[in-house]
Design a protein around this ligand. Structure first.
Ligand code: SF4
Length: 266
């Protein structure tokens, strides 16, 4: 995570601390980040960020410097940027993405639109997030886009289906769906824990809508097996069907795996 340890936003599901005036950006961060990726020998790195509403470009130029330096020093490493909404600043997004050496541009819608006010910072919204994802696709049509949706926040089944349609209609290629877990008693309580089979249904729904890579499951998070999910989006095997200890579930499962899922829910 770059651009600081604290965020200018205060989303009610998020464990990251909130501050109105964060410390200045660390100008050494791009190079130190590139060092860290190099030392870890990563094949694939997801760089995420805090919102920087205090900066005119929302932090876009710093995020860009981080991605460029990581890619320059680690040419074999795939880079995914899990970006903020840049406060809806589409010009800053365009500057950020121009010729940026990225495999995936990700930005999370987090929850269904009706729950924006309850769940997200007042400056964030489903609509604004979709605009960011749409603009990313417009500026860089070849770049894969990705988002993530949490369940267990009070949404209905119908609202999940509607959200998936809206996301897909915005040109988003990849999606992850996971269970919201309450980081502390100060955060929004969990509304429900859908059974794994429901996550398998949402996986199917997303595949039917044409998402090219899907991970859905109680413990799936937005960066869940990100490198493999990128391969899936390019036509590789669905991540959920690979041998793994992963927690994504799907009706694409083998019979053996399906029995295991049924076992978890009985
Ligand atoms: S903008 Fe992101 S990092 Fe900041 S509080 Fe919201 S979810 Fe957390």
């Amino acid at each position: 995570m770059v651009a600081g340890e604290v965020c200018t936003r205060g989303c009610r599901f998020c464990a990251v601390g909130t501050v109105k005036t964060p410390p200045e950006l660390d100008r050494n961060e791009p190079s130190e980040l590139a060092d860290a990726v190099s030392k870890m020998g990563l094949d694939y790195a997801v760089i995420t960020v805090v919102n920087r509403d205090d900066l005119p470009d929302g932090g876009a130029s710093h995020y860009r410097n981080c991605v460029i330096e990581v890619a320059r020093r680690n040419p074999e490493t795939g880079v995914e940027l899990l970006c903020s909404d840049l406060d809806g600043n589409l010009g800053a997004l365009e500057s950020l993405l121009k010729n940026l050496p990225l495999r995936v541009f990700a930005h999370n819608v987090e929850c269904v639109p009706r729950l924006d006010e309850k769940v997200r910072d007042p400056r964030a919204s489903f609509k604004q997030s979709l605009n960011i994802l749409k603009m990313a696709k417009k500026v860089r049509p070849e770049l894969l886009t990705k988002t993530s949706l949490m369940v267990g926040l009070g949404e209905s089944e119908e609202e999940i289906a509607e959200a998936l349609v809206m996301i897909r209609e915005s040109g988003v290629d990849m999606i992850t769906i996971g269970q919201y877990l309450q980081p502390s008693y100060k955060h929004i309580p969990v509304d429900r824990f859908p059974e794994p089979e429901r996550f398998a249904d949402w996986d199917q729904m997303a595949r039917d809508l044409g998402f090219s890579a899907v991970a859905s499951g109680p413990l799936v998070r937005s960066s869940y097996r990100a490198g493999l999910l990128w391969e899936e989006a390019l036509g590789g095997d669905p991540v959920v069907t690979r041998d793994s200890t992963g927690s994504a579930v799907s009706h694409l499962f083998s019979e053996e795996q399906a029995v295991s899922v049924r076992g978890q829910t009985s």
